[in-house]
Design a protein around this ligand. Structure first.
Ligand code: ADP
Ligand code: MG
Length: 350
């Protein structure tokens, strides 16, 4: 579906490991004062300061976490960084450095790795993080990328998953479900392409969905937005596996239950129309889709006036005592128990 624009093909063996590392890292500059020494020595050196350090890692494996038949390498590099940074922002922190470890088979050319690093670099510039190191090795099959993000948070201002309180409001940023539908669209086009490689996909009605799948953004802005409103969340998590699964993490760790209202779930119009087309329930998609990289957090009920009507935030429900469990209140007013992976549609009566 996506044509290979790289006509040139330089084999990685020609460069060797050190040649490759030098080549892919030479255009990276460091910007953060805490980066004392980046790439080039046995280890990077960071200034510790009086803040607390956040560290988070993700491992992505070709064929499991990404499919290069519709994921351009530049987007893959960008997304791999962004998904890590999202975890730092979900702790109420600021991301400052990343390391990138890469295993590639000889199927990949230098130009392919350059594309991957162009995406990594764009994400570094966009989010103001420094690439400070990594490791490079060969794999017998496919590509593996592991990224570690390092961030800072003011002492005792980290926001955890286990501190939601009964009666808190539950808030989510942005909208939900679009990245999952973007994946459905891309999977469908891949099947069409397999049958007829000359078929040019018409993706105009799905631009937002595809962008959310191929070029997600992390909510770096939310910490600042909340500070302006003088709100400190009582608990927070990023929406990577799906709203329902994240609600389970917060509720289980905080020993509380929740009520979430179906009619409050934020959906983009493209999500609603694509759900009709794919015959999917938009509530199911919002709850279980995943890869939204929005932030889900709880705030004290006293903050209601500060947050209501804010276009960045949707109040989708509230925290309840633990023994009430996790409930979805449908548009018809019915209570349905949430499952870690969405909800059981067979329970639904309306
Ligand atoms: P060592 O042998 O000490 O592990 P390497 O030769 O693997 O060192 O790496 C040399 C330098 O290049 C180190 O600073 C390392 O962090 C950095 N580096 C290696 N691979 C990558 C990569 N894929 N991306 C970014 N930096 C890398
Ligand atoms: Mg090494």
């Amino acid at each position: 579906m996506l044509e290979d624009k790289n006509q040139q093909r330089t084999s990685l063996a020609e460069l060797g490991e050190f040649g490759l590392i030098n080549h892919i890292t030479k255009y990276f500059k460091t910007e953060n004062l805490s980066t004392i020494k980046a790439i080039g020595d046995d280890a990077a050196v960071l200034d510790a300061s009086e803040k607390q350090t956040l560290v988070t890692t993700d491992l992505l494996i070709e064929g499991v976490h990404f499919d290069l038949s519709y994921m351009p390498l530049k987007h893959l590099g960008y997304k791999a960084v962004v998904t890590n940074l999202s975890d730092v922002y979900a702790m109420n922190g600021v991301a400052e450095q990343i390391t990138v470890s890469l295993a590639v088979s000889n199927r990949f050319s230098l130009e392919a790795i350059e594309e991957l690093y162009a995406g990594i670099q764009l994400a570094c510039e966009t989010y103001n993080v420094d690439l400070i190191g990594g490791d490079t090795t060969s794999s017998t099959k496919g590509m593996l990328i592991s990224i570690t993000a390092i961030g800072k948070v003011i002492k005792d201002e980290a926001v955890y998953r286990n501190t939601a309180k009964e009666t808190d409001l539950i808030v989510v940023t942005g909208d939900l479900g679009a990245a999952y539908l973007g994946l459905q669209v891309l999977e469908r086009e891949k099947q069409v392409f397999k049958v007829d490689p000359n078929n040019q996909p018409d993706l105009e009605n799905y631009t937002y969905l595809i962008e959310r799948q191929l070029k997600p953004e992390a909510r770096k802005d939310v910490a600042g937005l909340l500070k302006e409103l003088e709100i400190k969340p009582t608990s927070m998590i990023d929406v990577s596996d799906g709203l329902s699964s994240e609600l389970f993490h917060i509720c289980t760790q905080s020993k509380v239950g929740c009520k979430v209202y179906e009619d409050k779930l934020p959906l983009d119009p493209q999500v609603i129309s694509a759900c009709e087309e794919f015959e999917l329930d938009s509530t199911m998609v919002a709850l279980s889709g995943g890869e939204d990289y929005e932030l889900l957090f709880t705030v004290a009920i006293a903050d209601f006036d500060k947050i209501k009507g804010n276009p960045h935030f949707s109040i989708i429900g509230h925290v309840t005592p633990e023994n009430q469990g996790l409930q979805l209140i449908t548009r018809a007013g019915q209570e349905i128990g949430l499952k870690a992976q969405g909800w059981n549609s067979l329970d639904r009566q309306d």
